[in-house]
Ligand binder design. Sequence first.
Ligand SMILES: O=C(O)CCC(=O)C(=O)O
Ligand SMILES: [Fe+2]
Length: 409
Amino acid sequence: MSSNKSLKAIQSAFSNINHITYCSGAVSLTETTSKLYYTTINGSEGKIDFSKPTDDQLAALAGSCQKATFGVEKQDVLDETYRKAGKLDATQFAINFSPLTGGILDTIRDSLLGSQIEGNSIEVELYKLNVYGPGSFFKSHVDTPRNENMFGSLVVVLPTVHEGGSLIVRHAGNEQVFDTALAVRSDNIPKAAFVAFYSDVEHEVTLVTSGYRVTLTYNLYLTKTSSKPLKPLSMTADYIEKLKQSLAALLADPNVLPNGGLLGFSLAHRYPIDPKKTELSNLIECLKGSDADTLSICKSLSIDVSLKAIYYPPKGYRTGSCLVDQFVDFQDCLYEDDIVEYLAHAYNAKVIHHKYIKCTPIVWIKKPAKSNFFKTNYLAHGNEPALEFTYADVCLVANIDSAAKRNVK
Ligand SMILES: O=C(O)CCC(=O)C(=O)O
Ligand SMILES: [Fe+2]
C-alpha cells in the first residue's frame, strides 16, 4: 500500500470510531430505595414512596419546589421559555437510592471510563431533584462543569406515570432519544431509569404533556485516588513482584506437579457466604486485600485460577476432601456415608484426599486455614436416616499443566 493510501486508511479508521458518549439502563427500586423525604413549602416534612406515588403526593412535591434556573456564563438565570421545571436543592431532600443501586456506577465506569480509571475513582455528587409537571421542558444545553474533574452527568428518572419528557442527547451529529416515561413504566416492581453522559454532550428534555416527571441529577467526577492506585491492594509492588517470581520459579521446576495438578491458596479474609444463595463464581469479584492480590498474581502468570469450595465429610465418617466449583445443596444426596464419593459423581468434584478414590495432586501454597468454614446439613442414609453436617471452606485453586506442557525439563 502506498503511504498516501495507508494514511487515508488510518484517517478513515479514526473517523469511523464509534464514540461512546452516554450509557443508560433501568434499575429496580426496593422498599428502602423508593422513599423520598423532603422539606415542604411550609417547612414541614413530606414523604413519597415511589413504588406507589399518588397524584396528590406528586402535586404536593411539585408545589414545594422552587423554579429551576440554569447557568449562563456563571450566572443562574430564570427563563421559563428555556427551562420550565421545579427543583429542590440537595439540602432539601433525602433518598436512600444511590447510584450504587443496581450497578449504575459500574455501568458508568465500564461504558464511559475504560482505561482512565487506573489510579482514579469516580465521585458522585447528588445535585438536584427536579419535577417536570405538565407543560415543563428544558431546551437543548450542556451542563455547566462544576470543576475540571467533572466528566459527566447522571440523570435518574424515578417511577411515575407521565407522558412526554423524553431526554434527547446529541454529540458529533448523532442524536439519541430516551423515552424515559416508557422506561419507568412497569406493572410490578418499580423501576428507575438512568442516563449518564459526558459533560460535552448536548441534551434536552422534551415537553411533558401529562403527569409529573421526577428526576435526580448527579455530577460525576474523576478524582485521583489519594493513596496508591487500587491495585495492588495489600502489598508493595516489589513484594508482588517477588511472589510472582517465586511462583514462576516453582512452576519452572519439573519435579513440582510433574504430571500436572493443582496449587491451593487458602483465603486470608472472611466473606459473607450463604451456601444456599451465594454464587461461588460471583464471590471472586469481591476478594479483598491479599486474596485479590493472589488472584491477580496468578492471572499475570496466565495461570487458570478460580474459587473452589472444599468439602470435608462429617466427623466419624470416612475421611477425605474434595474441591467443587459451586456450593452444594445436599437435598438429593443418595450416597450412603461418603460425601466425597457423592460429590465426585454428582458434581464432578476433584478429589484431593481419599483412601479409595484416585486423587488429583495438590500443592498448597497456603494451607487451608478454615477461614471461611461453614456447615451444611444433609440427610444421611445409614441404618436410620439422620441429620448430619458436612463441613466446607473456600479457597483459591490454580490448574497447573504437566511439566512437559509447561516446557520444563
Ligand atoms: O431531567 C433530565 O432528563 C435532564 C435534566 C438536565 O438536563 C439538567 O438538570 O441539567
Ligand atoms: Fe442538563
